[in-house]
Write a protein that binds this ligand. Structure first.
Ligand code: GAR
Length: 218
């Protein structure tokens, strides 16, 4: 079977990258990570990529104009014949140079139930707003910030004694379920985008796109 070639971009520890690598290794999704790219030298994602035998490339952003930087990213992704770009904690906005190069073939994960709490510090925003349920979203990237069509979401309850760390940790655990699932749907090509809605064909379609943390299903 041909495996979908993924390029994973990260700035941090890379736990979502790890979930994707694990799902690929377990053959749970018909995909392989072709390259890992980080913009920060101490991003744990680079080490995780190397440990899995995947090319891991540091592309530092300091002092590089945004469009020039994005062209460097595109070059690395093309060199590795990437078909689907997965932003996994990549804390940079992408310019039209990047978006046009991989139009409709870029996914992002965000730690809130979008369209609530886009942008930075989503978990802090959710706590400050006093919501009882938050979660995470995998969406197709468009030109806005965290605005693209939603592919998979998971709901996570906010507990009375939650702080940013405890809620982030429970949301992250759900992110690790959502990202491989979204990539699997994408790889199988059973989706279509109609305006802001993503439709998935087949029996495993819609139920597989809406997850709940165990605390919510009791
Ligand atoms: C994740 O919580 C992801 O949702 C978030 O960064 C974290 C990366 O964790 N992304 C954003 O906030 C993007 N706006 P990881 O490095 O362990 O995968």
């Amino acid at each position: 079977m041909t495996l979908l070639r993924l390029g994973v971009l990260a700035s941090g520890s890379g736990s979502n990258l790890q979930a994707i690598l694990d799902a690929c290794a377990a053959k749970a999704i018909p995909a392989q990570v072709a390259v890992v790219i980080a913009n920060l030298p101490d991003a744990g994602a680079l080490e995780r990529g190397r440990a899995a035998g995947v090319p891991a490339v540091l592309v530092p952003h300091q002092g590089v104009p945004r469009e020039q930087y994005d062209a460097l990213l595109v070059d690395q992704l093309r060199r590795n014949q990437v078909e689907l770009v997965c932003l996994a904690g990549f804390m940079r906005l992408l310019s039209p140079v990047f978006l046009q190069a991989f139009q409709n073939n870029i996914l992002n994960i965000h730690p809130s139930l979008l369209p609530a709490f886009p942008g930075l510090h989503a978990v802090r925003q959710a706590l400050a707003a006093g919501v009882r349920v938050s979660g995470c979203t995998v969406h197709v990237v468009d030109e806005g910030t965290d605005t693209g069509p939603v592919l998979v979401q998971a709901a996570v309850p906010v507990l009375d004694d939650d702080d940013e760390d405890t809620l982030s940790a429970r949301i992250l655990a759900q992110e690790h379920r959502c990202y491989p699932r979204a990539i699997g749907l994408w790889a199988e090509g059973r989706y279509s985008i109609e305006g802001r809605r993503v439709r998935v064909r087949g029996a495993a379609g819609d139920p597989a796109r809406t997850l709940a943390a165990p605390e919510l299903s009791g």
